[in-house]
Design a protein around this ligand. Structure first.
Ligand SMILES: [Zn+2]
Ligand SMILES: [Zn+2]
Length: 242
């Protein structure tokens, strides 16, 4: 019975490319030409923030200048896409509430990009969104990514491990120091989730990493709340020169 319903659904809604809407055979979500236009990150990357680096990965730990100058409060970070071109429109659709179906393939790209980060008994936690923004957008895109990532990796996802205590203003256009100040004290561990976090490795999930200020606050909160190692996985990374 279920099989028949599934087949019927596929006949009415054949898989379409998330980039252009054309029919596609691929269950990875993109047609061939959109796939080629989407800037997936590959090759050598900064182990801390996931930004692509020139040269080739040779097995030694490499970091970008920023991460060497100001070490991140987490162990390793990865990102699936560069926040550019087609990736930008995909992420905006996901962020603004009209693309929840993007989350499943996006989480699959993240699972690939983050394959070196996964640890046994790791807890996946999204960067929290304030409830007032949640009302406007209908869902927290990072929580959606975390849930799909949990399903794909078999790791536990906890959508409300971290919460926003105050509504933080939009961070665009502020300097890194201003962002940090704004975020200070805005994020906290959910009091009822504290026990769940003790001694465990945490994978923080977000849609886009720009300076990493929000992720820094989240990582600090997790560390202060008794977590073990923190890792960071985002769908997209803003390259420094954009
Ligand atoms: Zn396409
Ligand atoms: Zn870096």
């Amino acid at each position: 019975m279920w099989q028949r319903i599934q087949t019927a659904v596929q006949m009415i809604y054949p898989p379409r490319c998330l980039g252009c809407g054309d029919l596609t055979e691929s269950d990875f979500g993109l047609c061939g030409s959109c796939w080629r236009e989407t800037p997936f990150i590959g090759g050598a990357v900064c182990e801390s923030c996931g930004v692509p680096l020139p040269g080739e990965a040779d097995g030694h730990r490499i970091e970008c200048d920023d991460c060497m100058k100001t070490p991140r409060p987490w162990r390793d970070g990865r990102s699936a896409l560069l926040y550019d071109g087609k990736a930008r429109s995909l992420i905006l659709a996901l962020k603004h509430g009209d693309g929840p179906e993007l989350a499943r393939p996006a989480a699959r790209w993240m699972a690939l990009a983050g394959r070196d980060l996964f640890r046994e008994d790791m807890l996946i936690a999204p960067v929290p969104l304030h409830w007032s923004r949640l009302l406007k957008r209908r869902y927290n895109q990072s929580a959606l990514l975390a849930q799909h990532l949990g399903r794909q990796t078999g790791l536990e996802a906890c959508p409300d491990l971290l919460v926003r205590r105050t509504r933080t203003p939009v961070l665009d256009g502020k300097t890194a120091a201003q962002r940090m100040e704004t975020l200070e004290n805005a994020i906290a561990a959910h009091p009822r989730r504290l026990r769940q976090m003790q001694g465990r490795d945490i994978l923080l999930v977000d849609d886009v990493m720009t300076s990493g200020a929000t992720l820094t606050s989240c990582a600090r909160v997790c560390r202060a709340s008794g977590a073990n190692h923190i890792f960071v996985l985002t769908l997209a990374r803003v390259a420094k020169d954009t």
